[in-house]
Design a binder for this molecule. Sequence first.
Ligand code: TMP
Length: 214
Amino acid sequence: MGRFITLEGIEGAGKSTVAQALMRALEARGIVVRATREPGGTPLAERLRDAVLTKGEETVSPEAETMLMFASRAVHLDNLVRPALARGEWVICDRYTDATRAYQGGGRGVAREFIETLAQAVHRGTEPDLTLLLDLPVEVGLERARRRRVANGQVVADRFESETLEFFGRVRSRYLEIAKADPLRVHVLDATRDAVQVAAAASAALDALIGRGT
Ligand code: TMP
């Protein structure tokens, strides 16, 4: 079996840069790596991503949002993550269920039991071996994300990008709470540092995982 590594953090934390660095570090060791993301990762799961992230006219309740995240996750697990792990590949996933816990649970106030019941049914035992939480103050993350949107010429903010500072404050707190409750799995990295330093810290956490015996 391969290993399942997830990256988490609020917008602007630098997850994609870290994912690329980790991929290179693992490939240099001869490990076959699949980089993917949630919501999304497979054609159908990406369509579900568009459906949930695009802000339209209709009301989408926090529970509906949660179920759309898990629908995308179920498709992704069945078609990409589990087959890759079974082949012995390592999977680096940009966000997983901790994002649902933080955004829908912390941010929107969805009940923990609702999320955990869906998590159990959808994961069916597929849990991350290591989660890197890229932590930084909300103001810093959102400003980075805003600059990136301007640079990419993105005019319309998605369902989450248009949220308030208070919302992201709750998301960040819930992420830190998850890390505190599960310190063996979740490593918190200070993401205010420059990308090279964050990537180096992420690689060090990965070395510890490799050291635990693959
Ligand atoms: P991304 O911009 O990092 O690709 O993530 C897309 C957005 O989806 C981001 O704002 C976080 C949000 N999200 C949730 O709210 N719940 C989830 O379960 C996942 C995976 C993402």
